[in-house]
Design a binder for this molecule. Structure first.
Ligand code: 5AD
Ligand code: SF4
Length: 437
């Protein structure tokens, strides 16, 4: 009888995509996907290490998995993803999981699953220089069938001093451009109308076939050429690497969505240096100015960290003033979390007290809420093209879908269906949704 696998995914979109790759590998090993944990023969968490609270949440889930195993003998409990390498000993010894597999070792899952016995847990956390899972067709786990995520590279070479990713996911490598284009064609033929190209730093995408060399701008062109009604999005851009060529390529193709997620992290050049971001406040503002000069309607979103090592009240003010000046549509905002093994952890003091970090974070959040509302209000009266994704979550009698700039729009169904493009007129808004006709 076919066995069933249940996977919970934590962390970034990259992890969501990895889970889809894992389901594909498991399918070949005789496991079907289930969304009901209690029915599974294999339960796994695809984990995230980015901040301490992400890890803390997952320890609780492992306990729940282990409880289920106590009542379902033979159940396999596995931990995959970013926590695997970092915490393998604790996972195996203290938490008694059966399987620990790192982000580059998913191909060994069938072999490891076969080898698991009552007293022989299995582990593979080796990182690779070239694994991109290019030939593995992900089992799409999204529900809407409209918008697909395609991984274009893995790992990261920017050793930002606060970040665990280079340690958990290894060195950067780009995936074969032909296999990316094939995957995009394939999802288009299946009815998808939007692809998001994913990488830790898409601007440094570079793939050499021996005869040709494809940059990120080249890849964008290639995917945009698949069909005029296939939208192309991407994440994440790095302020030090986003090139004029990428900006002009976006501008030249109506189906490349006008939205850039451009994490700033801090508005203080002194802190940016300590973070090893390799750009200054001025450089960042110049990139934003360039984007807006070429694409005035481009949506801009960011990530911000409050209370990094040695951050003074003046540094914090620099972050607030940068956010005020740029006016992001939306931001992910975090209190700095010291991660074992990072450069900051080894060489700097995590010296901003927790309550001060949170106070600064709240100031940042309040400022951003005000800015988001301003940015969304500025859309009132505009006509936007929206790709219909499906019923709105709040009010299923309405439809929802994103505008090119990534703002979520809600509008009356009026005979439209998921996967169609429609023109809407923005009538009103909240700080996260445009209410349209
Ligand atoms: N503490 C807080 N936030 C972090 N991020 C990455 N590492 C940390 C950390 N140690 C944030 C950054 C990054 C986003 C994915 O997570 O803002 O852009
Ligand atoms: Fe994604 Fe980073 Fe979390 Fe890993 S640690 S899952 S790369 S956000």
């Amino acid at each position: 009888m076919e066995k069933r696998a249940y996977i919970e995914t934590y962390g970034c979109q990259m992890n969501v995509n990895d889970t889809e790759v894992i389901f594909s590998i498991l399918k070949d090993a005789g496991y079907a996907r289930t969304e009901v944990m209690e029915q599974a023969d294999l339960v796994m968490a695809n984990t995230c290490s980015i901040r301490d609270n992400a890890e803390q949440r997952i320890w609780g889930r492992i306990e729940a998995f282990n409880q289920l195993r106590a009542s379902r003998p033979g159940l396999i409990v596995g931990i995959v993803g970013c926590m695997a390498e970092r915490l393998k000993d604790k996972l195996l010894e203290t938490h008694k999981v059966d399987l620990v597999v790192g982000p580059d070792a998913y191909r060994s899952l069938p072999r490891l699953l076969n080898a698991i016995g009552p007293d022989s847990p299995q582990i593979d956390v080796l990182l690779s220089r070239d694994e991109t899972y290019a030939d593995i067709p992900p089992v799409r786990t999204d529900r809407n069938g409209i918008s697909a995520f395609i991984s274009i590279m893995r790992g990261c070479n920017n050793v930002c001093s606060y970040c665990v990713v280079p340690y958990t996911r290894g060195a950067e490598r780009s995936r074969d451009a032909n296999s990316i284009a094939r995957e995009a064609c394939d999802v288009y033929q299946k009815g998808y109308r939007e692809v998001t190209l994913l990488g830790q730093n898409v601007d440094s995408y570079l793939w050499n076939s021996g005869t040709e060399s494809v940059t990120f701008a080249g890849l964008l062109e290639r995917v945009a050429a698949i069909a005029p009604d296939l939208r192309v999005r991407f994440a994440t851009s790095h302020p030090k690497d986003i090139s004029d060529e990428v900006i002009y390529t976006m501008a030249a193709h109506p189906n490349i969505c006008k939205h850039i997620h451009l994490p700033v992290q801090s508005g203080s050049t002194r802190l940016l240096e300590k973070m090893r971001r390799k750009y200054s406040r001025e450089w960042y503002l110049e990139r934003v100015a360039k984007i807006r000069e070429v694409m005035p309607e481009c949506g801009l979103t960011t990530d911000v960290i409050a209370g990094f090592c040695s951050e003074t009240p003046e540094d914090h003010q620099d972050t607030l003033s940068l956010m005020e000046e740029v006016g992001f549509d939306w931001a992910f905002m975090f209190a700095y979390s010291d991660r074992p093994g990072t450069l900051a952890n080894r060489t700097m003091q995590d010296d901003v007290p927790a309550d001060e970090k949170n106070r600064r974070l709240n100031e940042i959040i309040q400022l951003q809420n005000r800015k988001s509302l301003e940015r969304y209000r500025a859309q009132i009266g505009k006509r936007l093209e929206v790709l219909v994704e499906g019923p709105s979550k709040r009010d299923p009698s309405m439809l929802c879908g994103r505008a090119s700039n990534n703002m979520m729009c809600v509008f009356p169904a009026a005979g439209r269906a998921a996967g169609q493009y429609t023109q809407v007129l923005v009538k009103d808004c909240t700080s996260a949704t445009l209410l349209c006709e």
